[in-house]
Design a binder for this molecule. Structure first.
Ligand SMILES: [Zn+2]
Ligand SMILES: [Zn+2]
Length: 374
C-alpha cells in the first residue's frame, strides 16, 4: 500500500528552483562575460547581512523567543529585512519555529524535523503541504499578534517581499549603472545564499557538530555554521536555553547577532536582554561530560571503582557549584544595595573568595579525571 503524498506547493518549488538555477548558472556566466566589480560584491554582502540578521536577531531571537525587547525602529527594520529574505511573515515563521522547539525531532509535529532526513529538514518540508491544518493557526503567537508591526508585515507580506526583492537591487543597479548585474547578484544570488544558510540551521545544525549541553535532541554546536549564519550555529546551546539572547555564549564564539543586539542595547534601541544563569550552563555541561564518561567506562571491564570515583567527583562538583553560585548571587545583591563596605560583608567576601577557590580546585580535579578517562 502506498501512502498518498500531500499536494505540491508549486509556488515554492518554482521560486526555489528558478532562483537556484539563476544563481548557480546565470551569475557565473554573467561574471565571465560581463563581470562584477567590488561595489557590487560589497552590496551583495550588505544585502545578505541585512536579510540574515533580520532573521536571526529579529524573526528568531526577538519574535520567536522573546530573548529581548526592541523598539519600533528596530522592529520595523527587521520586518523589512525579513520580507527581503523571503522566508514568510514574522507571524508564520515564529509560529513554525515555536512548534519546532516544542516538539523538536517529533516527525508528526516538528515542521522541519531533522529525523525526517537532511533534504526534508533543509527544504523538503516547504515543497509540499505537509501540515496544512497548521498553516493559519497562530494560537501559539498570541503575544506577537499584539505587535502592530508584526501584523502589518503579515498583512502586506507579499507586496513587501516583491518590493524589497526587486526594488532594492533595482535602485542599487540604477545608481551603480548595471541593472542586470545588480538584479543577478544582489537580487538572486543574495536570496539563494540567504535561503540556504538559514535552512542549514534546520538541516546541518541538527546533524553536524558537538553536543556539549544536551543530547535530548539532535541539535548541534558548530563553529563553521555559526560563521555562515551570523552566530546561529551554536544550536545545541540554543535548543536547551532558547530564551538566551546569545547563541555563542563565550566571548570568542562568533555570534554577530549577539553583538548586534548588545550594541542596540547600548544605543537604547533594545532592552531586557535575557541570559541563562551561569550555574545552569555549567551544570548542563558537567552532566554531559559525566554521561559520556559513564557510557565509555561501561564497556571497560572492572571499571566499577573508576565509575564510583567519577560519580563522587561529579557530585562534589555540583555541591561546590551550588555554594559558589549562591554566594555570588548574594554578593551581587549586596553590591546593588552598596552594602559591601560593612564589616559583615567583608567577612562574607572572604567566604565568597574561599568558595571560588574550592570550586576552581574541584573544576581542575574534574577536568584531569575526565581527561584521563577520555
Ligand atoms: Zn533546531
Ligand atoms: Zn530557536
Amino acid at each position: 500500500m502506498t501512502t498518498k503524498k500531500p499536494p505540491v506547493i508549486w509556488l515554492n518549488v518554482a521560486i526555489f528552483t528558478s532562483t537556484f538555477l539563476v544563481a548557480a548558472v546565470g551569475a557565473p556566466l554573467y561574471a565571465y562575460y560581463v563581470g562584477f566589480d567590488w561595489s557590487q560584491v560589497v552590496m551583495l554582502i550588505v544585502a545578505f547581512s541585512f536579510c540574515g540578521m533580520s532573521i536571526t536577531a529579529g524573526y528568531h531571537r526577538l519574535w520567536s523567543h522573546k530573548a529581548y525587547e526592541a523598539n519600533a525602529v528596530m522592529r520595523f527594520i527587521f520586518a523589512i529585512g525579513g520580507a527581503f529574505a523571503l522566508q514568510n511573515s514574522i507571524l508564520h515563521w515564529s509560529s513554525d519555529h515555536r512548534v519546532h522547539h516544542r516538539h523538536v525531532d517529533n516527525n508528526d509535529k516538528d515542521p522541519y524535523s531533522a529525523k525526517m532526513g537532511f533534504f526534508y529538514s533543509h527544504i523538503g518540508w516547504m515543497l509540499r503541504e505537509y501540515q496544512a491544518s497548521r498553516y493559519s493557526d497562530y494560537s501559539n503567537c498570541r503575544d506577537l499578534q499584539k505587535d502592530k508591526i508584526v501584523m502589518w508585515q503579515h498583512k502586506y507580506y507579499a507586496p513587501l517581499a516583491i518590493a524589497t526583492n526587486f526594488g532594492i537591487p533595482l535602485v542599487f543597479g540604477l545608481i551603480h549603472g548595471d541593472v542586470w548585474g545588480a538584479l543577478l547578484l544582489v537580487g538572486v544570488v543574495r536570496l539563494v545564499l540567504s535561503h540556504h544558510t538559514t535552512f542549514f540551521i534546520n538541516s546541518l545544525a541538527h546533524v553536524w557538530g558537538s553536543q556539549p549541553y544536551t543530547d535530548k535532541n539532535t541539535a548541534r554546536d558548530n563553529g563553521v555554521l555559526a560563521f555562515l549564519t551570523f552566530g546561529e550555529g551554536y544550536h545545541n546551546y540554543h535548543h536547551i536555553f532558547e530564551n538566551d539572547y546569545r547563541n555563542g555564549i563565550r566571548w570568542w564564539q562568533f555570534d554577530p547577532t549577539k553583538w548586534l543586539i548588545k550594541s542596540c542595547e547600548l544605543c537604547g534601541f533594545a532592552k531586557n536582554l535575557k541570559t541563562c544563569p551561569e550555574d545552569r550552563i555549567e551544570k548542563a555541561q558537567a552532566k554531559m561530560v559525566l554521561k559520556r564518561m559513564q557510557t565509555k567506562l561501561a564497556d571497560v571491564p572492572n571499571s566499577q571503582a573508576r565509575l564510583e570515583r567519577l560519580e563522587d567527583e561529579y557530585n562534589m562538583l555540583l555541591v561546590k557549584m551550588s555554594d559558589y553560585y549562591a554566594a555570588q548571587k548574594r554578593m551581587l545583591e549586596l553590591k546593588k544595595k552598596r552594602l559591601l563596605k560593612h564589616y559583615e560583608s567583608f567577612e562574607f567576601l572572604q567566604q565568597y573568595n574561599e568558595m571560588k577557590r574550592l570550586l576552581d580546585e574541584q573544576r581542575k580535579t574534574w577536568k584531569t579525571l575526565t581527561a584521563q578517562y577520555a
